[in-house]
Design a protein around this ligand. Sequence first.
Ligand code: APR
Length: 168
Amino acid sequence: MKGTIEIYRGNIVDVDCEVIVNAANSSLMGGGGVDGAIHRAAGPKLKEACKPLAPCPTGEVRVTEGFDLGDRLVFHTVGPVWRGGSEGEAELLKACYLHCLQELIKRELTTIAFPAISTGAYGFPANEAAGIAVHACREFAADHDVKISLTAFDEPNATAIQGALDQP
Ligand code: APR
């Protein structure tokens, strides 16, 4: 594997990296959870920058500066709402990770921090989401020299992500 994948326990806004991924909704106008934390830390200019980029369809990504987050960019992606698992949720979640990683490479950047997309308000089970996240990141890191941080803000996600990373 060319790249690395690590777990980061804590607030995504504290990760030392070039890109912070936001688990947004399609309006890109902010919200609770990680979206709220990123908008608070970045300041009101972030919302202004998001306006012309909305709507963002599920599984896709939109890019803004980070404003008060410093030099870091924000990749806003929209995870799927969990509806039981038979409505393409897994594929859409994987698309979020891969589209962000493709955008990272396109911009010739290498370090990125992801939240556990969809596992909060959108209800995706933590274990299943962690498996998809780790699988998508491994697939990408096999061929690209990237440093990926998977952030775990709560204990269920920390256990789920560590468990997925421990699987060969
Ligand atoms: N840093 C890292 N992770 C965080 C933070 C933070 N500051 N705050 C919350 N989290 C974690 C939660 O513990 C959860 O595991 O992020 C994960 C994703 O939860 P949500 O933020 O609720 O995101 P999601 O499930 O994708 O729902 C998106 O919620 O905030 C709204 O506008 C957002 O409508 C959208 C929806």
